[in-house]
Design a protein around this ligand. Sequence first.
Ligand code: 6GU
Length: 246
Amino acid sequence: MRIDILCLFPEMFISPLNQSIIKRAKERGLVDIVIHNIRDYTHDKHHTVDDYPYGGGSGMVLKPEPIFEAAEEIKQQIGISEMPVILLTPQGRLFNQQVAQELAHHAQLMLICGHYEGVDERVREHLATDEISIGDYVLSGGELAAMVTIDAMARLIPGALGSPTSAASDSYKDGLLEYPQYTRPEVYRDWSVPSILLSGNHGKIAQWQHHQAILRTANRRPDLIKKVNLSAKEKKWISENLLSLK
Ligand code: 6GU
């Protein structure tokens, strides 16, 4: 997978993309991330990337020319004319695990990070093929949002994680939050690990974990539990136990 990023602050990406799972995925050749500074595609003496909005108003708007020229040059370099071009913007569709899965299937992606008050509308209309927001809050720019989406995608690429089952057992994979996890010591400050986990009974353990996952989801994220296909037994179990949870 090759990801080209167009942005105004390339330095922001250096540390986050060179740690942990993304670093390993890059080293293994699973993902190639190329960062481009939109400013490098300007032609004037001051390398102008933004201008005042037509119609007035506060803030500046990113000019279309450097963004189009950067995107076109990159497509030409790679040798493909069509690729998904994603504009990171608070006005985009909401990013979630399903969107991460969908995007992780592409061999090439271009991410455009907006800044200031916004991006000239012609970039949305004639260059972007998709617009994504990472949540209902306003960031100073699309760079952090791009990193969030790249992290979520990279870990889905087969071979990126240490264990092939890690991604499959993640929160949200089956629409449920994760069950509680424990490691040694067995007792810490009087707080014991649930005894079922020490029982060696793998069937019972799996059942406990599943029950914890659905209870936790029902408790904390009623919006998510509505979308999960639960058996009549599971629904009954939730209604009986919902109030007993912290
Ligand atoms: Cl993608 N960009 C900005 N600037 N703010 C955001 C966002 C993106 N997603 C949520 N807030």
